[in-house]
Design a protein around this ligand. Structure first.
Ligand code: NDP
Length: 490
């Protein structure tokens, strides 16, 4: 049973063809640090309402694509300005609903503002190429056309930034959008949709459909949707890829990772320990790029454990709104329970707990979904914790005999999103770039973090085969290339 509505809970609803649906508030969104506190209430869109949203996106397409990229970019730029002006209340709402610490929420808002500015500015970048023709009266050139109405399906862990890095390029390149956000963060999603409307996104160009997974599934299966961009779990992503392949529509996937950090004996161990702990534990480890495994050469295992343990002991777990807290709660009781089961399974599989290992559920934790930052020493790399993604502040440490074994173990997962190596050797860094199966490689940096103007995505099961997100490559997913042969006849 959700808690009873509280007086200051926000009431949210879906946005279809420029109208906010009347809200009864059947579903509750709660604060992960204080689950008794409601952040807001919302209703799930019905099947008919989702169909109306798809129809609205189709009807709005012709006018939106006619407006031109510069006009569309100006609207996205206005959204960036509005978000910058509303940054602090938006960050506080983000912390209350998702749980991340306030500094992390503020950083997400700043990055979202920059992301909106970046994609708005892409409208000024030249597009298309011209080609020589055998006919002097003919010009051959390529132009970019919007792929059509797109479904944007997003997770709760970056509930403003991830939607922004999908929706902004979609809009600038002339697509209309039906956005299905994660239910855990429906309130902040509604606020962001409201901001885009306030910035001037016309009716029908952005539609928001709230509700459970079936809402996303309906979008993916609809003939009115021409492309789907999704970030979330591997299982849902694979299902979307199957339907997309049958329907012949584009699918862009960002799924999980089992990201390794390799520490070589020549590394600066202080740098390595700080980066590993921040990569594994901040945002409560709820990042697809979080460090899940540490692979250390045997001769530095003990000093590295000492440093990692000291860094972990210094972390403060708590409510993200409290000053000085480093590690926030997990998104839900189910998520915390799942992480606890995975830690227990790892122990049963022979892992030794070096730090943490517990769900923090005593009276002082107010029922919040807290898990202690956990470091496990593992001797058998085949056990489950080294293969399956555990979406929490949990990291497994393995020792290896030489560089070859380190690279082999780092690649011994079906995922391939991010990896880090810690070394002062240029030769080892170059080898890592050659040998590691990862879409993102960090040298002497955490596995987490990326820049908005550089391509983002993984290899193997971490991503689909579509163009990378972020940076200029974002355009490739949302547009189709047309080649025009134009002969002047007068
Ligand atoms: P999901 O994949 O279930 O959710 C992601 C989005 O997809 C949400 O909007 C969700 O809606 C929606 N969705 C759920 N089912 C379907 C469906 N059948 N068709 C279309 N859309 C659907 O992830 P969870 O939020 O449940 O998290 C589970 C796990 O996923 C995590 O433990 C983690 O391992 C991974 N994950 C990975 C992320 C990443 O950044 N790559 C981010 C978040 C999670 P709703 O919220 O309403 O269920």
């Amino acid at each position: 049973m959700p808690p009873a509505p509280t007086a200051d809970a926000l009431l949210c609803s879906s946005l279809i063809a420029g109208d906010w649906l009347p809200a009864a508030g059947d579903c509750a969104s709660t604060n992960p640090a204080h689950p008794g506190e409601e952040v807001g209430r919302f209703d799930a869109a019905s099947e008919a309402e989702v169909d109306r949203a798809i129809d609205a996106a189709n009807e709005a397409l012709a006018d939106w694509r006619r407006r031109g990229a510069l006009e569309r970019g100006a609207i996205v730029r206005r959204a960036a300005e509005l978000l910058a002006a509303r940054a602090e209340p938006t960050a506080r709402l983000l912390t209350r609903e998702e749980g991340k610490t306030l500094p992390e929420a503020r950083a997400e808002i700043v990055r979202t503002v920059e992301t909106l500015h970046f994609h708005a500015a892409q409208a000024w970048v030249p597009v298309g190429e011209t080609f020589a023709s055998p006919d002097p009266n003919e010009q051959i050139q390529t132009v970019r056309a919007p792929v059509g109405p797109v479904a944007v399906i997003t997770p709760w862990n970056f509930p403003v930034l991830i939607p922004a890095w999908k929706i902004a390029p979609a809009l600038v390149w002339g697509c209309t959008v039906v956005w299905k956000p994660a239910s855990h963060t429906a309130v902040i999603a509604s606020e962001f949709a409201r901001l885009l409307v306030d910035a001037g996104v016309p009716a029908g160009v952005l539609n928001l459909v709230l509700g459970p997974g079936r809402v996303g599934a309906q979008l993916v299966e609809s003939p009115g949707i021409r492309a789907v961009t999704f970030t979330g779990s591997e299982s849902v992503g694979r299902g979307i890829a199957r339907v997309g392949a049958e329907r012949g529509v584009r699918v862009q996937l960002e799924l999980g990772g089992h990201n390794a950090a390799i520490v070589f004996p020549d590394a600066d161990l202080g740098v390595a320990a700080r980066a590993i702990v921040s990569g594994a534990m901040l945002s409560a480890g709820q990042k697809c790029t979080a460090t899940r495994r540490v692979i250390a050469l045997a001769e530095i295992r003990e000093p590295l454990i000492e440093r990692l343990s000291a860094e972990i002991r210094a972390l403060r777990v708590g409510d993200g709104l409290v000053d000085g807290v480093d590690v926030s709660p997990l998104i839900s009781a189910d998520a915390a329970g799942e992480v606890e089961r995975e830690i227990q399974q790892a122990r049963a599989d022979g892992a030794e707990v070096l730090a943490g290992g517990d769900v923090l559920d005593g009276p002082s934790w107010n029922g919040g979904h807290f898990v202690a930052p956990t470091l496990l020493a593992v001797s058998d790399p085949a056990i489950r914790i080294c293969r399956e993604e555990v979406f929490g502040p949990v990291c497994a440490m393995l020792a290896v005999g030489d560089d070859d074994e380190a690279f082999r173990l780092a690649n011994a997962t079906r995922f391939g999103l991010s990896a880090a190596v810690f070394t002062t050797s240029a030769r080892r860094a170059r080898r890592a770039l050659d040998q590691l199966d990862a879409g993102l490689l960090h040298v002497n940096r955490a596995t987490t973090g990326s820049e908005l103007h550089a391509p983002f995505g993984g290899v193997k099961a971490s991503s689909g085969q579509s163009p990378r997100e972020q940076g200029q490559t974002a355009r490739d997913f949302f547009t189709e290339t047309k080649t025009a042969y134009v002969v002047a006849v007068s």
